[in-house]
Design a protein around this ligand. Sequence first.
Ligand SMILES: Nc1ncnc2c1ncn2[C@@H]1O[C@H](COP(=O)(O)OP(=O)(O)OP(=O)(O)O)[C@@H](O)[C@H]1O
Length: 365
Amino acid sequence: MTEVRFSHVRKSFGSVIALAGLDLDIKSGDFVSLLGPSGSGKTTTLNLLAGLHAADSGDILIGDKRVNDLSPDRRNIAMVFQNYALYPHMTVFENIAFPLRARGRGFAEAEIQKKVKGVAESLGVASLLARYPKELSGGQQQRIALGRAMVREPGVFLLDEPLSNLDARLRIRMRRDIKALHDRIRSTIVYVTHDQAEALTMSTKIAVFDQGELQQYGSPNEIYHRPLNMFVANFVGEREINFIAGQLQAVEGIPTFIAPGLSLPVNAEERWCSLEPRDAVLGIRTEAIFARPTAGSETVGLVEQVELVGPELVAYVKIGESQLSCRAELSSELRSGDRVHLTFDPAHFHFFDPQTTASLAGSTK
Ligand SMILES: Nc1ncnc2c1ncn2[C@@H]1O[C@H](COP(=O)(O)OP(=O)(O)OP(=O)(O)O)[C@@H](O)[C@H]1O
């Protein structure tokens, strides 16, 4: 079992600051996803940990050892890349066995047989050992690449977008397989992805990056339900979160969010919610706004677009100056041009400071 620590780690490429002073503690046995848009510093973080780049300053620890000056092969890590990089002229067995033979570790043949078969069984590929890579599907090849990393029994697995070459269905299947594998072996895993669904479903912790800076580090639940700033709120989630600019103020003694066309009572238990009026941005996800047809004179919006999403609809509704994505029942048969009543779930309100973009809950709790 191995923990990993980045302490004030900086890395630039010429004038580009790829990492601006990273502090990150990864506990032994955690499955940590490094999540962020392209160019945010995820791969740089992984490459620094692997020893493929050298940090400009700061310390990188694996276990209790500072590894800044250690070559990749002395760091007790194994990497799996998105292109699998299997050897085409070797069988599956030989591909998995390769690190045991190549490193001249002096394993007896019987031991190599035992280790390779053990790994193959745990990945469900024991029946494929005699095949060549070209005789395998993409998902099977990715499993063999994982097996080749596992057979070394490293302290830390580094995975760089390993599912990005697979089709959508297979990716979902492999997510579950990798999670189940982690549940079994409990190794420390550092996993780079720009796919928020992958990070939410597999990880024990997610580190969200933007522009070389760690924005938030927490469990999937914390990241999704308690985003610390507008970037995290918007990046994590299946579709963009709705942001509405307005004001928090007391209406008849009740804290209320006011925006053009909207007046929404706020959960009064929120400790940060003083009765002093202040500008705020409300972040609210699609699933926390429910649209239903109306003929009456209630608060209404106008449906501009409708999408069928599995068992329900997502309606894009114009209200005041905003267009909000909302859930609706399939049976409502909403169409563009319909007028709808919107119900907001105040348990899922996230308020942000419009200037700093930081969460109001995070700043004063
Ligand atoms: N070898 C390099 N030379 C010059 N600039 C680099 C190099 N590697 C990374 N960068 C720059 O550093 C920044 C961070 O890159 P990094 O690869 O870590 O991002 P990323 O989040 O992994 O992105 P992606 O998802 O596209 O791989 C980017 O601006 C990138 O252009």
